[in-house]
Ligand binder design. Structure first.
Ligand code: C5P
Length: 401
C-alpha cells in the first residue's frame, strides 16, 4: 500500500517553514494522493493560496466563508480526510489545538476530525524548548496524535538549534509508513481482549473424539486485528490448523470444552472484552473409555452429557466485561440470535446464517449481521479479516457509548 488514493488534509499555520509545504503537497500529489489544503489567516502572510491550490489542484481555504459567500464546511473536510497533517504547526496553533481554542477554520477542522493527526512543529529554538510547548506536545501525543519532531539546524532568526520543521520528505515518509504498516489506529490500546476460537474435541476413547468443522479462522482474524489495534490479546483456541502471524497475541491451546472453560476463567477478571467465536461442542461423552473401543457389537451407544456453556457462564459472572457472542443459525436466525443475546447476558451478538453462501464455518469469507439490545447492522460478504475489522469497529462504537 502507498499513499495513492488517500485523502490528505494539510493544515498550514503561520510560520516561515510554510514555504516547504509546496514540496510536501507536490510529493503527495505525484504519488496519487488527493490533497486538500487549509490555512490559518496568518499563514497567508507566508505563502499564497494561489501557489498552494495550483499544486494541490483544489481551492485552498483560510476562513469559514469564501469571497463568493459560500460556506467552507470544516466538518465535511474533516470527515473527508484519511489523515490530517498540521505543518508547519506554530506554538500558537499547537496551543489552540490542545486547549480547544477554536477561533479559526484550521482549529475547527482539527476538532471535527476523526482521522489520525500528524503534527510537524516549527518554531524558534527557545519557543520549542519552552515548558509550555513541551507540555502541549505531550498533550497532543496523549490525544493519540503523531508528532514529527522539529529538526536541528539554522533557524530563521539566525540562531542555531532545534525548532526547524522536519523536511517534507520526513513528513511524507511518516505518513506513508502509517498507511503501509496498516496501524491505522491504536484504538484498543490499554484494553485486554479474550477470544475463544476453533472447535472443541470431546474424547470418546484414546483415539476418537466428537468435534465439528470449525476452522478457527474467524477467531484468529479477530485476535490479529485486536492486537494490531493495540489490545493485549488472549486467544484460547481448540484444535485448529490456523497459525498466528502476530507474536504479540498470547495463544493458549486447549482440546475440550471443559479445558476451554477453565482457561477462560484463569483470565476472566482481568479482561475488558470477551469474544466467543469458538464452536464449542454442546455435548461430550459421559465416560471416556480408557482403551480403544473395539468394534464388536452391531450397535454402539455412547451416552452424552451437556458441556458447560462457556459464554453463558461468562455472562452470569459479568462484572464490567463487554461480551460478544456468535450465533450460527439455520432457521429463525434473527429471533434465535436475539434470544441468545438475552439468555447469555451479552452486549452484542454476531449472526452468521448457514443459508448464506460463503458464510460460517470453513470458508475464508463470512457474511454477518450484528445485534445489540437496541441495534441491528447488516454487512456484505467479506474476507474474515475484513469481517474482524467490522466486528471490532462495532465493539469500539459500543464502548464509546
Ligand atoms: O447456544 P449456541 O451454542 O448457539 O451459542 C453460540 C455462542 O455461545 C458462541 O459465541 C459460542 O462460542 C458460545 N458457546 C460457548 N460454550 C458452549 C456453547 C456455545 O461459549 N458450550
Amino acid at each position: 500500500m502507498s499513499v495513492s488514493g488517500k485523502k490528505i488534509l494539510i493544515a498550514v499555520s503561520g510560520g516561515i517553514a510554510a514555504y516547504k509545504i509546496h514540496f510536501l503537497i507536490r510529493d503527495f500529489v505525484k504519488k496519487g494522493a488527493e490533497v486538500q489544503v487549509i490555512m490559518t489567516p496568518d499563514a497567508e502572510n507566508f505563502v499564497t493560496k494561489l501557489s498552494l491550490s495550483t499544486l494541490s489542484r483544489k481551492p485552498v481555504y483560510s476562513d469559514f466563508y469564501s469571497d463568493n459567500g459560500t460556506w467552507n464546511s470544516h466538518v465535511e473536510m474533516a470527515l473527508w480526510a484519511d489523515v490530517m497533517i498540521v505543518a508547519p504547526c506554530t506554538a500558537n496553533t499547537l496551543s489552540k489545538m490542545v486547549h480547544g481554542m477554536c477561533d479559526n477554520l484550521v482549529i475547527a477542522t482539527y476538532m471535527s476530525a476523526k482521522c489520525p493527526v500528524f503534527i510537524a512543529p516549527a518554531m524558534d529554538l527557545d519557543m520549542y524548548a519552552h515548558p509550555s510547548t513541551k507540555n502541549n506536545l505531550e498533550l497532543a501525543e496523549s490525544f493519540g496524535h503523531s508528532i514529527i519532531p522539529a529538526e536541528s539546524g539554522e533557524l530563521a532568526s539566525g540562531l542555531i538549534g532545534q525548532g526547524r520543521m522536519a523536511e517534507p520528505a520526513t513528513i511524507f515518509n511518516a505518513v506513508e509508513h502509517y498507511f503501509n504498516s496498516d496501524i491505522q489506529s491504536r484504538s484498543l490500546e490499554g484494553k485486554t481482549v479474550l477470544i475463544t476460537a476453533g472447535p472443541t474435541y470431546e474424547a470418546i476413547d484414546p483415539v476418537r473424539f466428537i468435534g465439528n468443522h470449525s476452522s478457527g479462522k474467524m477467531g484468529f482474524s479477530l485476535a490479529e486485528e485486536a492486537s494490531k489495534r493495540g489490545a493485549k490479546v488472549i486467544l484460547i483456541s481448540g484444535p485448529s490448523v490456523q497459525t498466528l502471524n502476530n507474536p504479540d497475541v498470547e495463544l493458549h491451546k486447549v482440546t475440550s470444552a471443559k479445558e476451554m472453560l477453565a482457561k477462560v476463567f484463569e483470565f476472566y477478571d482481568t479482561i475488558d472484552i470477551g469474544i466467543a467465536s469458538a464452536a464449542v461442542a454442546d455435548y461430550a461423552p459421559k465416560e471416556v473409555a480408557q482403551e480403544k473401543i473395539k468394534k464388536n457389537d452391531e450397535n454402539l451407544t455412547i451416552e452424552l452429557v451437556k458441556n458447560p456453556d462457556i459464554l453463558k457462564t461468562m455472562g452470569e459472572r459479568k462484572t464490567h466485561q463487554f461480551l460478544v457472542g456468535f450465533a450460527l443459525e439455520t432457521q429463525n436466525e434473527e429471533e434465535n440470535a436475539k434470544g441468545k443475546l438475552e439468555k447469555k447476558n451479552l452486549d452484542m451478538i454476531v449472526l452468521n446464517s448457514l443459508r448464506d453462501e460463503g458464510a460460517g464455518f470453513k470458508n475464508d469469507t463470512n457474511k454477518i449481521k450484528i445485534f445489540t439490545k437496541t441495534e441491528k447492522k447488516e454487512f456484505n460478504l467479506k474476507s474474515k479479516d475484513d469481517v474482524a475489522k467490522d466486528i471490532l469497529n462495532f465493539v469500539e462504537t459500543q464502548l464509546l457509548k
